[in-house]
Design a protein around this ligand. Sequence first.
Ligand code: BDR
Ligand code: CA
Length: 311
Amino acid sequence: TTPVIIDCDPGHDDALALLLALGSPGLDLLGVTTVAGNQTLEKTTRNAQRILALAGAGTIPVAAGAGRPLVGALTVAADIHGESGLDGPDLDGPVAEVAGVHAVELMRRLIRARDEPVTLIATGPLTNVALLLSLHPEVLPRIAEVVFMGGSTERGNTTPYGEFNIVTDPEAADIVLRSGLRTTMIGLNVTHQALATDEIIAEFRAMDTRVGSVCAELMTFFADAYRRNFGFGHPPVHDPVAVARVIDPAIVRTEKVAVAVELAGTYTRGATVADLHRRTGREPNADVAVGLDVESFWRLLMAAVRNVSTA
Ligand code: BDR
Ligand code: CA
């Protein structure tokens, strides 16, 4: 099994990413760290705990990290994820306590405690990961890879060329992409193929389990939010694609590409500039997702949600 830490900002699609990891026998989820993004840190942390509790995985440690990006102020995505960050289902109920340490410290400890290198899966702004690499560079050799959902080889969803996670903290993304670590970028160009259609929502509901219904309700809210904001009602479930890549790398086709983050730019701050045609002479620093096996992706996700339900 692959030891992983998920750093996230739940978030409807982050919630599915957590469930995919929890229900997949090939992954060993060591801990969950949270970052401000889709909502404030307090809310994303609470949401991560709620999902773990729902899945009967309340013993997995959760630690809260950065409450704002490295530079500038936080802009949350309440228009997409609601006031709670996880609007839709009723997720009230007891949750475990958060670890008494900062996310960066929990990541450091979990990585150091393992003999084999740990994979970091980031599904929110990269603030915590950038802080970890900057404060504790000695952990770099013990990180197998950073697989992050963020950016795009095409256009954006938050600005014309900027994707939410990268636009929220461009400096953090820049630090991660220039760290020398193996990185995999799961951008909008592939996540927009993983759509929660009406059939997908019906499949969740038909599981007839608490976890299945929560997934159906999450996706119903998410679909309405996408319809309101973007004019289409089949929302892309971005974040689980990053987890799927770690479970079965063949599900996501990648190319070795030089990726830079635009830190200035009058209109393009936070854009990921991917040199797909090797025009710049820069050395590739990321495996960039360029294709997705959509059917296998959903098969994996459905199986995981079923596994969690019966756990
Ligand atoms: C990303 O932004 C967030 O709203 C989602 O959770 C996902 O991580 C998509 O741009
Ligand atoms: Ca997210």
